[in-house]
Structure formats: structure tokens, C-alpha cells
Design a protein around this ligand. Structure first.
Ligand SMILES: Nc1ncnc2c1ncn2[C@@H]1O[C@H](COP(=O)(O)OP(=O)(O)OP(=O)(O)O)[C@@H](O)[C@H]1O
Ligand SMILES: [Mg+2]
Length: 325
């Protein structure tokens, strides 16, 4: 048997009107590890979290948390999870301590236990000094930490953190990373969404890159980084050509992006000798006239941008299988 999977998603799909927020997403997270779900705005990160935390039902597909089906066994799932959403759900008029005690009491902890757990968490998150001030006066970083603390009151074995460091300054991010590492060292399983490659790199055991609701690349940080050992292919055509993107896709590790004028194609490709010649021949055979072809080393950001087509219109992206290895 493989390692026990604490979170499993199988062909999860969700549509809002014309937007396919999630499109047949398959992902799994082994117990005690962190999956970093990396994607730009609107990629579907929050939708995924909402489905897995039972707040939204999927249109199709299934998912399990700690072995419980998120649709048919939602109460059991809720007992296993902690969630920190993109928007903090704190009571501004209460102090940090009162917020944590209230969460404990809502979860039916006796008041004395709720108070001792609150004190413990305030210490862990370095919020002792601010504990008895109202949240209204907290900084962004303090709110984030208190929000995370609130999700930990009941010691859930599975945690969902939706962009836990967005909006934090570098010190705030570092501190949050420390807290997250501490949780995982205690055996917590974590689903962490982020827009930052460095964050996924620093924290995650495995990274899934999602865009337009699809998983477009997946691998360990090492595997993703070895993609920087891959190269960036740029082709300039004499004139737009209908079959060119598909031809280039045959060599690509991710999305092929096409410029608005249809003449410039970019893709991350595996480094191999003779590649430029092979691409040229294939384009020639497809009837596309090439003005220029260049292959160079991409940065980590290039890999991400190219995989997600972040710098071009979605319509011009031909999405291809993008498993990095
Ligand atoms: N309740 C909703 N009604 C309509 N559209 C929605 C709803 N929730 C999400 N969407 C759309 O689904 C897509 C995915 O949204 P989602 O919030 O999951 O993205 P995200 O990756 O979390 O983005 P961000 O980084 O901005 O938080 C977007 O196009 C969004 O506009
Ligand atoms: Mg979101």
C-alpha cells in the first residue's frame, strides 16, 4: 500500500456561469506533508479549498479528507480540518484572546480548556503582547497569525491555508513560514495555496501549479526547479499560422503562449541538443514560415509565467500536458 492519503481529489469540477473554476482536478496529499497549490488570481485555488472544506459542493468529481467524503460525510470532514481563509473571519470588536476563547467555546470546549488553549496559541504565535487588545488595531500580519491560531484551537490533523502570506511584509512572511513548518513537524497535513513560487518552494513537499481550473504541472520543488534546467523556446513566425502552436506544443513542457499578433510563440522545453533544428523542421513541415528561433535559460519566474500563460491572453494558450520531471 502507498502512504496514507489525508486529502484526495478525483476529477473535481466546478463551474460558475461561464467560468470553469475547477476542471477535473486530481490531487492527493500524503499524511504529514504539505501540498503547495500555486496559481495566479482566478486560477481556482479558493474554489478548491471551499470544496475540500465542505463550504461548496462540486458539480462533479469526488474528494475525501481523512477518508471522509466531503459531500456525503461533511460533518466528519469538518471535525478533522482547520481552515484559514483568504479573508480573516475574526471579530474586530473582541481582543485576540477573546476571539480564540470564543472559537473554543463554539466548538464546545469547556471554558477553562478554551482559555488555556487560547493562551497556548497566543504564545506560539507571538501574540502575547497584543492578546488583550481588540483586533481592530491589529496589523495585517497579526491578524493572519491570529486567524491561523483560531483554526488550530481544536488541533485539527488537516489544515487548509488559503494564501496565508499574501499582503505580509518579508518579516511577517518569514514568521508565518516558521509557524507552518512547526505545524508540519507535528504531523499536520497541509493544503497551502499561494501565488508565490518561492513560498511553495520553501514550504511544500509537492507543488501543483493550477491555472484556469486545471492542474498544469505537478512535482516536487526539486522537479519544478529542474525545469529551469529546461529552456525557453521563442519562435517568431513570418506570419500567423494556424498549426504552429500545436506543432510547438509537441516540444513543450507546459503551455505554449502566442502573442496577440499571432507571430511570437513561447514555451518551456526540455533541454536537448538539436532541438532548434527539430522545431524548425516540424514547423516547416506544418507549412509555417519562421523568421527567428531562440532557445535560452528561463528563470523560475519564467517557468511559472510560461506554464500559466500569465503574460498573455488565455485564449492564445494551447494547454498541453505539463508534468515536469
Ligand atoms: N461564487 C462565485 N461566483 C461566480 N464566480 C466565481 C465564484 N467563485 C469563484 N468564481 C470564479 O471562479 C474562478 C476561480 O476563482 P477562485 O476564487 O477559486 O480563484 P483563486 O485562485 O482563489 O484566485 P485569487 O488568487 O484571486 O484568490 C474565478 O474566475 C472567479 O471569478
Ligand atoms: Mg483565492
Amino acid at each position: 500500500m502507498n502512504q496514507q492519503m489525508m486529502i484526495e481529489a478525483a476529477a473535481l469540477s466546478k463551474r460558475y456561469g461561464d467560468t470553469q473554476a475547477l476542471d477535473k482536478v486530481d490531487l492527493e496529499v500524503p499524511a504529514g506533508s504539505i501540498l503547495g497549490v500555486l496559481g495566479p488570481n482566478g486560477a481556482g485555488k479558493t474554489t478548491g479549498v471551499r470544496i475540500l472544506t465542505t463550504l461548496t459542493a462540486p458539480d462533479s468529481g469526488r474528494a475525501w479528507v481523512a477518508g471522509h467524503d466531503v459531500v456525503t460525510d461533511a460533518p466528519a470532514v469538518r471535525r478533522k480540518i482547520g481552515v484559514t481563509g483568504q479573508d480573516a473571519t475574526l471579530d474586530e470588536a473582541l481582543t485576540g484572546r477573546q476571539n480564540l476563547v470564543m472559537v473554543g467555546q463554539l466548538s464546545r470546549l469547556p471554558r477553562s480548556q478554551a482559555r488555556s488553549r487560547a493562551a497556548e496559541l497566543l504564545g506560539l504565535f507571538e501574540l502575547d503582547d497584543a492578546a488583550d487588545r481588540v483586533v481592530k488595531g491589529y496589523s495585517g500580519g497579526m491578524r493572519r497569525r491570529l486567524d491561523l491560531a483560531a483554526s488550530l484551537v481544536m488541533r485539527p490533523p488537516v489544515l487548509f491555508l488559503d494564501e496565508p502570506t499574501t499582503g505580509l511584509d518579508p518579516t511577517g512572511r518569514q514568521r508565518m513560514w516558521g509557524v507552518i513548518r512547526g505545524l508540519v513537524s507535528e504531523g499536520v497535513t497541509l493544503w497551502l495555496t499561494t501565488q508565490y513560487l518561492d513560498e511553495a518552494d520553501a514550504l511544500a513537499d509537492s507543488i501543483a501549479v493550477i491555472d484556469h481550473g486545471r492542474v498544469i504541472a505537478q512535482g516536487t520543488p526539486r522537479e519544478l526547479k529542474s525545469a529551469t534546467g529546461s529552456q525557453l523556446l521563442e519562435v517568431t513566425l513570418s506570419a500567423p499560422h494556424a498549426g504552429a502552436a500545436a506543432t510547438v506544443a509537441g516540444f513543450a513542457l507546459g503551455v505554449v503562449t502566442v502573442s496577440d499578433d499571432g507571430r511570437r510563440l513561447r514555451a518551456v522545453v526540455r533541454s536537448e541538443s538539436g532541438l532548434a533544428t527539430a522545431v524548425l523542421r516540424a514547423l516547416d513541415a506544418a507549412g509555417a514560415l519562421v523568421d527567428d528561433i531562440a532557445i535560452h535559460q528561463p528563470s523560475l519566474d519564467d517557468v511559472f509565467a510560461t506554464l500559466t500563460g500569465a503574460d498573455t491572453a488565455a485564449e492564445s494558450s494551447a494547454i498541453v500536458e505539463g508534468v515536469l520531471a
